[in-house]
Design a protein around this ligand. Structure first.
Ligand code: AMP
Ligand code: MG
Length: 296
């Protein structure tokens, strides 16, 4: 695949094509968020159910406000503190955002990504870019251009490895503040800025307490077991990922390497991957959420 420039990527987005693009969290599969037919192609390519809404990426607070119909004080506070960065705010949407983007919901998830190429792409395209992770539904999210499945995107804008490595924290401000998906930002840090926020319990198999919260998600194809450090080693050929041994002890460093590590192990035809369970602290909540959904 020939390297793609931002100008070419922006032209493709304006023409209704899909372009995989780098963000600081994971690579996104981008389309013009105002073009319902282009957004439909994202769902088809990913085989993503239409019940799972997409995040809309913008390059400024002004652009975010243009596409939402309410901007509470908490949104202003959090946007000023975290954007550009790995926090998605769910807010009431404007009618011009097609229903396919938001899975028919009256709300839209929106954020400014902290990656220079993503920001340049949005600016050059001149439109908000709808972009879920550039993976097949339920599979691992790509954290480098080379991990974007070739059959998924015709075009990939290469921005190097993703710095954060897991998907954004998703916080709804459409009603009382509610954490919909943990990420690398600890909830107590958000609460120190805007006051208490509710959390949704991890979903039971098949149930969705919030749109897109599918229990089985972020999966390698090798069976993954989340285990205490002292657990017996499973039978067959496999690899342990222990804290402070194969994996970093710091939650941010762990998140940055998690998907790339699983991607690599998936290519070794192992019978199992055993992951030592990280601590149940707010700093680890994002990583734990992904590991629980990846585990069998
Ligand atoms: P992905 O981009 O693949 O990480 O998926 C985007 C996720 O953002 C969805 O699966 C939801 O968890 C969340 N999201 C996006 N928009 C909304 C919304 N309007 N309401 C609730 N959650 C949302
Ligand atoms: Mg995803």
């Amino acid at each position: 695949m020939a390297p793609l420039s931002v100008a070419e990527a922006a032209r493709l987005i304006r023409e209704g094509r899909l372009v995989a693009f780098p963000t600081e969290t994971v690579y996104g599969l981008g389309a013009n968020a105002l073009d319902a037919a282009a957004v439909e192609r994202i769902f088809a390519a990913k085989r993503r159910p239409h019940t799972s809404p997409l995040i809309v990426h913008v390059d400024s607070i002004e652009m975010a406000r243009r596409w939402v119909s309410a901007w509470p004080a908490a949104a202003e506070t959090l946007a000023r503190h975290y954007w550009p960065g790995p926090l998605t705010l769910v807010l009431p949407k404007r009618a011009e955002i097609p229903d396919v983007v938001t899975a028919g919901l009256a709300t839209v998830g929106i954020r400014i990504p902290a990656h220079p190429l993503a920001l340049a792409l949005i600016r050059e395209a001149g439109v908000p870019i709808a972009g879920p992770s550039a993976n097949r539904f339920t599979e691992l999210s790509p954290t480098s251009a080379g991990h974007v499945p070739v059959e998924l995107a015709d075009y990939v804008l290469d921005g190097g490895p993703a710095r954060v490595g897991i998907e954004s924290t998703v916080l709804s401000l459409a009603g009382a503040p509610t954490l919909l998906r943990p990420g690398v930002i600890p909830l107590p840090e958000i609460e120190a800025l805007i006051g208490p926020a509710a959390t949704l319990a991890a979903p039971a198999e098949g149930a969705h307490p919030a749109p897109g919260m599918h229990a089985r998600h972020y999966r390698p194809s090798t069976p993954l077991h989340l285990l205490p450090a002292a657990a017996p080693t499973p039978p067959g050929r496999g690899r342990w990922l222990r804290l402070g041994v194969e994996m970093p002890r710091d939650p941010l460093a762990y998140a940055a390497t998690l998907y790339g590590t699983l991607y690599g192990l998936d290519r070794e035809n192992l019978d199992w991957i055993a992951v030592e369970q990280p601590p149940e602290t707010p700093q680890w909540a994002g990583v734990l959420d992904r590991l629980r959904r990846a585990a069998c």
